[in-house]
Design a binder for this molecule. Structure first.
Ligand code: DX5
Ligand code: ZN
Length: 228
């Protein structure tokens, strides 16, 4: 059984003190720092440019998981890799198979990792299923992208189970990352359906004790995976 990974989403942190948000995540033992890049076109809201990623990456011992919710990722990917992104995640709605191949070549040339994200209404495309072995993560959005603090969409559970089965049947190392509306109370629901990597924004930063919340998220997810 793959160990649980916790990825606090700094979009839900104090935007006036992002370095503090990264430090809090590290204090809580974050496996990844999740950075939601929004361009205001692919989804509402505009968030972090590559300069912000560069400034924050320098102060972090945890790898940066950069979720590109942007319309033309091919134009921006090198900027984020140059800024120190350890893993870049593309939205499936913004690429096709040839552009995936081109992006994969770019990411490999930097010796970094790549992932594919799916909006709630998007299923894993056939071409992507065949290329799962090239991806270090598949991210299932359990909210519509744009803002933290929304409710988890339980209609995504069958999709999570389906992708978990493909990954397990093929003995792949690919993470199954769940993103949106996760908190201490519902993380078990997505963990027992096969999620192993959990993004949490409000589930960490809107809690009274974010470090404690991260420990609880990890404990609850680990228990649920063990009993699945
Ligand atoms: C959705 C983002 C999420 C979100 C997570 O646009 O991809 O990472 O900010 O925040 P919570 O956990 O608060 O839903
Ligand atoms: Zn995200």
């Amino acid at each position: 059984m793959k160990p649980v990974k916790i990825a606090p989403s700094i979009l839900a942190g104090d935007l006036g003190n992002l370095r503090g948000a990264v430090e809090t995540a590290m204090k809580g033992g974050a496996d990844l720092i999740h950075v939601d890049v929004l361009d205001g076109h692919f989804a509402p809201n505009i968030s972090f440019g590559a300069g912000t990623v560069r400034a924050l990456r320098a102060g972090s011992t945890a790898p940066f998981d950069v979720h590109l919710m942007i319309e033309r990722p091919g134009y921006a990917v090198r900027d984020y890799l140059d800024a120190g992104a350890d893993r870049v995640i593309f939205q499936a709605e913004t690429i096709d198979e040839p552009s995936f191949d081109a992006l994969f070549a770019v990411v490999r040339s930097y010796d970094r990792q790549l992932g594919l994200a799916l909006k709630p209404e998007t299923d894993l495309p056939g071409w992507a299923e065949a290329k799962l072995g090239q991806m270090s993560t598949v991210l299932v959005l359990t909210v519509n992208p744009g803002f933290s603090g929304q409710r988890m969409d339980v209609k995504q559970f069958p999709k999570i189970e389906r992708i978990a089965k493909i990954i397990a049947d093929r003995h792949l190392e690919t993470d199954l990352e769940i993103d949106g509306g996760i908190d201490e109370r519902n993380i078990n629901e997505v963990a027992r359906r096969g999620g192993d990597t959990f993004v949490a924004g409000a589930g960490v930063y809107a809690q009274q004790d974010p470090v404690r919340a991260m420990a609880n998220l990890r404990e609850n997810a680990t228990k649920a995976r063990g009993s699945a």
